[in-house]
Design a protein around this ligand. Structure first.
Ligand SMILES: NC(=O)c1ccc[n+]([C@@H]2O[C@H](COP(=O)([O-])OP(=O)(O)OC[C@H]3O[C@@H](n4cnc5c(N)ncnc54)[C@H](O)[C@@H]3O)[C@@H](O)[C@H]2O)c1
Ligand SMILES: N/C(=C\C=C\C=O)C(=O)O
Length: 457
């Protein structure tokens, strides 16, 4: 058989979605009728198999995405394993509600049932981590799924496909479709037999998904971008704050939706913080992804690298100061890697809150540092962007930490730390950072339909 040509590819990809829907539809009754314990065992087996392939998966994730092998080994793949283990366990512990109305002789209770075929769409920055964060709760709750990884980073999803049968996942329960958003993503989102879409990605794509799913009244969970503030008060422990804020700004090349990109520092410690922060940033080594001493690898693509650089250029043109990184320091790489999409972590200061660098998501290794005077002022400035995903607050005053956390318009607030995850609790953003939450109870609620039953006795 000859290879499909360019023109026939879109048609084939849409047909693939159709075939996935058929498979998911056929598998649904059998999977939904299994007990949570039976489904849990399958998830545990898949977790074990992924764990046994940790090294190959970490190498593949790094090669595909540009992140360091060390990070994929320490974070992406272990977290993918944990996603299956976590939901294999949490599915065993949900309870339903019951109330009585004795005066009319009635008992009311709720039952939850899986929704059906779940459409799951994920981005390129944490490929297997985020895809499994959706697949695990969806199938644990008894749904069948059609999952679409980013076309830029599909390799680990494809590797996982090969483990499904071995883990005992029945055919048709997990269907992975590969392809671009406009072709495969839209075919999935528009399909009338897919009643629910869980999406992680950018705001423009979320808008399109919302439009396409509106005529079908689909259930939607949207996890989008951020412009995350770090607020550093004068009583912060800088010994801990500085290295953690370097990590929160530049981990995974700054390509994590939770990365810090606006750092507000109280005036009295502003120069001291800047001095230490720039020194620590210069120690954040950019290297080839296989270099075990590198803290940061390559960005995802040339287009993205150019976009990130354009923000720095814009800031410079506006009169901001670039303290270290792009255009200031020299990036040292082996000759064979100099054409790669590498850049230095970059710190910008003397920048106005109105600048696009302070308002828009850059999603790269660039962070801005600005001073503030008072608690009220910094809360207002931190809240002044359209996003509301994650914030960090640094202070040794417990009262202030709670007060500020409550007033921040942010779905997640880490105080005196960053990215410590408790999977039981809600994850997600406010404002343009998305709608819905993911986590033990929230994912269970999203991936099930609830029904109230009234029994007259
Ligand atoms: N809030 C979170 O949890 C979270 C996590 C990671 C990334 N993000 C965000 O993701 C963005 C970066 O990821 P990206 O560039 O891959 O995002 P993206 O929106 O371009 O793509 C995400 C996914 O959507 C698909 N897609 C694209 N167009 C589509 C369409 N018309 N219909 C259906 N699917 C479509 C893509 O193929 C990909 O699989 C950033 O904005 C980042 O903040 C958010
Ligand atoms: N969804 C989670 C992280 C998202 C990161 C985005 O880049 C998680 O930790 O569960």
């Amino acid at each position: 058989m000859s290879e499909p040509d360019e023109a026939s590819l879109p048609v084939l990809q849409v047909m693939e979605v159709e075939a996935a829907v058929e498979a998911a539809r056929a598998a649904f009754p059998g999977w939904a009728n299994r007990s949570p314990q039976e489904r849990s065992q399958v998830l545990h087996r898949l977790a074990d198999l992924l764990e046994q392939s940790l090294e190959e998966l970490a190498q593949a994730e790094s090669k595909d995405q540009g992140k360091t092998v060390a990070l994929a080994r320490a974070m992406d793949i272990p977290r993918s394993v944990q996603n299956f283990r976590f939901f294999a366990s949490s599915i065993l512990h949900h309870t339903s509600e019951c109330t009585q109305m004795d005066h009319v002789g009635c008992l009311h209770y709720t039952v939850r049932t899986p929704v059906g075929i779940a459409g799951l769409i994920s981005p390129w920055n944490l490929p297997l981590y985020l895809l499994t964060w959706k697949i695990a709760p969806a199938i644990a709750a008894g749904n069948t799924v059609i999952a679409k990884p980013s076309e830029l980073t599909s390799v680990t999803a494809w590797m996982m496909c090969k483990l499904l049968e071995k883990a005992g996942v029945p055919p048709g329960v997990v269907n992975i479709v590969f392809g671009t958003g406009p072709r495969v993503g839209e075919a999935l989102v528009s399909h009338p037999e897919v009643p629910l879409i869980s999406f992680t990605g950018s705001q423009p794509t979320a808008e399109r998904i919302t439009q396409l799913s509106a005529p079908h009244f689909k259930k939607l969970c949207l996890e989008l971008g951020g412009k995350n503030p770090a607020i550093i008060f004068e009583d912060a422990n800088l010994e801990e704050c500085v290295p953690t804020t370097v990590r929160s700004s530049f981990a995974n090349q700054g390509e994590i939706c939770l990365c810090t990109s606006r750092i507000f520092v109280q005036k009295r410690i502003y120069s001291e913080f800047l001095k230490r922060f720039v020194a620590a940033t210069r120690m954040w080594k950019v290297g080839i992804p296989s270099d075990p001493s590198a803290s940061m690898g390559a960005l995802i693509s040339k287009t993205h690298l150019e976009k990130v650089r354009s923000y720095i250029e814009r800031a410079r043109a506006e009169g901001a100061r670039i303290l270290c990184g792009e255009g200031v320091d020299t990036l040292s790489l082996p000759p064979g890697n100099r054409g790669g999409y590498f850049m230095l972590p970059t710190v910008i200061t003397d920048i106005k809150d109105e600048s696009r660098c302070m308002k828009e998501e850059i999603f790269g290794p660039v962070t801005c540092v600005v001073p503030f005077e008072s608690e009220e002022e910094v809360i207002e400035r931190a809240n002044s962007v359209k996003y509301g995903l994650a914030a960090t607050v640094w202070s040794s005053n417990v009262g202030r930490v709670h007060r500020v956390a409550k007033k921040l318009q942010s779905g997640l607030v880490w105080t005196n730390c960053w990215l410590i995850r408790e999977l039981n609790l809600p994850f997600g953003g406010m404002k343009s950072s998305g709608i819905g939450r993911e986590g033990a109870k929230d994912s269970y609620n999203f991936f099930t339909e609830i029904k109230t039953v009234t029994v007259k006795h």
